[in-house]
Design a protein around this ligand. Sequence first.
Ligand code: MLT
Length: 393
Amino acid sequence: MEINKNYLNLKDSYLFRTIAQKVNEYKSAHPERDVIRLGIGDVTLPLAPEIVAAMSGAVAEMGRKETFRGYDDTNGYGFLKQALRGYYAQKSVELSDAEIFVGDGAKSDIGNILDIFGEENAVVVPDPVYPVYADTNIMAGRKVTYINGNAGNNFLPLPDKDTRADIIYLCSPNNPTGAVYDRRSLGRWVDYALDAGAVILFDAAYEAYVSDPALPTSIYQIEGAKKCAVEICSFSKTAGFTGVRCGYTVVPAELVRGGVSLNKLWGRRQSTKFNGVSYITQRGAAAALSSQGLGQIKESIRYYMENARVIAETLRELGLWFTGGENSPYIWLRCPNGMSSWEFFDYLLNNANVVGTPGSGFGANGEGFFRLTAFGDAENLREAAERIKILLR
Ligand code: MLT
């Protein structure tokens, strides 16, 4: 018997697990200290009332013989697809039901979609970026090439004459840097993919945080993208579903490679390895996209973005370089006094009892940088900002 040896090429532990372990050790050693977590991007506000009502109604339906439901279409109920089509119509993007695949979150689909691509494909991943893109390819034995994000290009790398990619990962608004591609830059990637016959896997998990109407919130707002891009998105950050679990993947009908429809391949993969998202959850997701639901989830987003403004203001006062915090719940800062990412992590934890995420955990180019999230409780976050100000002044 052989194990999948590709796993031996991974780092020992997933970034957020390592951080959680370190914080737990610190808390056991100093139980009296009040540690504020601005590390993992996990929401803290409760579900919106419209979502709770819809989910409660769905629970009641499941408890009655006449309205009970068992298995349904693996790829999502018609009512949720209709709500998603309406959401995309507001972005001037037209989708059909068959192009939408409801799943249990962006992270799973980002990993699972690799099933439909050959092992020999050249994979390009921006550095720094969400670790799941590289890790899932390493698990499958694919070689990953990195494209440099840095302060010089505002952490928004573009293809150049040396770029050789079959699969390209893009995340905008970006995790971890909070940087957002504008239409022109995203258009450069779409043009590259169309020319090269590559496929872009576009992670739009933070699209709901974009408030600047000039910035794209879906790759399909870019001409030609339906012929070269898969879009993966989630209700986690949009509607506070990190603990509920629901997301969706769009595979356009026009996306064909090697004479084969990727929509058909993904549908085939899902019907074999997946049995769909619970009815209760999908009712909640559809309610999030109703007009009342959208109003309520936008309130939560405003709350988090006010947190982002507080952090940004603090960093400005301290004269620290950062990106993000506008159109994104993440703030990406340069560590003060030339500290490495993990040095700053320890310094902040030990002296201010504030937890962030070391930039180097997102790739080599993240070394010397640090990520803070705006998802915390507003009062705690103000306290954290105050502690950071006192420590770094
Ligand atoms: C993060 O902190 O980067 C995110 O919470 C990770 C995720 O969404 O899986």
